[in-house]
Design a protein around this ligand. Sequence first.
Ligand SMILES: Cc1cc2nc3c(=O)[nH]c(=O)nc-3n(C[C@H](O)[C@H](O)[C@H](O)COP(=O)(O)OP(=O)(O)OC[C@H]3O[C@@H](n4cnc5c(N)ncnc54)[C@H](O)[C@@H]3O)c2cc1C
Length: 420
Amino acid sequence: MPVDFTLTPEQAAAREAMRDFAITHLSKVEAAIAPFATPEERVRAIKPFFREMVRAGFMKSIIPVEDGGTYQGLLDMVISGEEASIGDVNVTCALFSCALALSPIITHGTREQRAQFLAPFLVDDGAPLAALAFSEVGGTANFDDPDPNAGSQTFAYRDGDEWVISGEKFFITNGWGWDGEGADLFVVSARTDPSVPAAQSLAVFAVPRPTQGLSFGKGLDTMGHRATPSPRIRFDEVRVPLANMIGKPGDGVQILSQTFAASGVGVAAEAVCVMRQAFEAALAFSKSDRRNGSVPIIEHQNVGYMLADMKMRLEAARYLTWKAAHYFDTTNGEGTELAVMAKVYCSEQAVQVVYDAMRLVGIESYADEMPFARLLKDAMAFPLYDGGNMGIRRRVLHKALASANYDHLAACEGRAPSKY
Ligand SMILES: Cc1cc2nc3c(=O)[nH]c(=O)nc-3n(C[C@H](O)[C@H](O)[C@H](O)COP(=O)(O)OP(=O)(O)OC[C@H]3O[C@@H](n4cnc5c(N)ncnc54)[C@H](O)[C@@H]3O)c2cc1C
């Protein structure tokens, strides 16, 4: 079969629908959250936009067809996902964080677990939130440390027919809920035995609301993602039935690795969207503004060369994202190398492209009337979150490269990789 990047009519229509939605609704978010001083107030202000997203069918689009949703695969998702951050990242971050949280249930849940925990999200109205509670206050990168005294410090012990979870998490998108009472569903990582490392003890639990034992610290204010709440959350003897464990103890590392591979491709698509907005604004400025010279600044060679470099990086990032998603889909989620690479590459290129756009436009770019300050602040999260590029993502790639089984052509040739 030839390599063909032509979109199917369905993919093109889905991309158009997401673009229309973003232009019509999400472009108004910045003004809607601007008056508010606290993250909590800004989160409340995006609820109507999130609800519109649910009404437009985007919540169902993160749940597979066989579970009652409309999700057809990661490739379809990222093709339209590239449109989802036009004008705002917060509402999309809330939706993608639902996808992040539901992913362990979708990929590793039993039929009963999928039916039970996905049902509240198979809706055409409302604003249900799911939150993946993985990151920990003391550090996250070493969650899978082989020393049982290190690693994830959230623990779950068995008491009769329940798991009892305790620990402190932070930066949990959607964790605060809309009202400070928590998400409708938490998906929590915790070790079931402090005497053995994560490889044997890390597990994933579904924790639906209402939940006794949850408490919230003050929401952290952040540089960008201004309406994406990042509260500290204490789980203090939170109890769930035994049946709420997804997989078994020790499966957590693999479940989370697959979850973050898929989410990494989503971040890559968002990063492409940010690059695109920076490029478009820089191109428009350079064609229309002379800076009191005699010709539009695009006539200057340095400006033209910089625009060409930005566009090259943008195009390369987009097709790496598509290929990463395609490889993930066609290997049933086992081919994750390109997903991790897309996350790292696109997130770092997004920061660079916005910075280059600012250098090109010059001092005008520094004012809030132009989109660059917002884009840069939001883009700065891409390399840091969803598994930081330095502490987590490059470490995954390093481990694969160092493995005796590493096959550097597997991803290119579409073969599932050997186990590292
Ligand atoms: C907007 C936003 C939304 C988020 N949403 C969520 C969410 O929904 N759920 C969630 O669980 N988390 C969420 N996070 C947190 C995010 O996923 C972080 O990526 C995660 O906490 C890991 O952080 P880190 O990589 O900086 O790790 P840390 O453990 O804090 O490490 C910090 C640094 O230490 C160094 N380092 C540490 N250990 C090593 C090592 N072994 N090798 C090499 N270098 C090392 C690296 O330089 C690394 O960058 C969110 C964050 C933001 C900003």
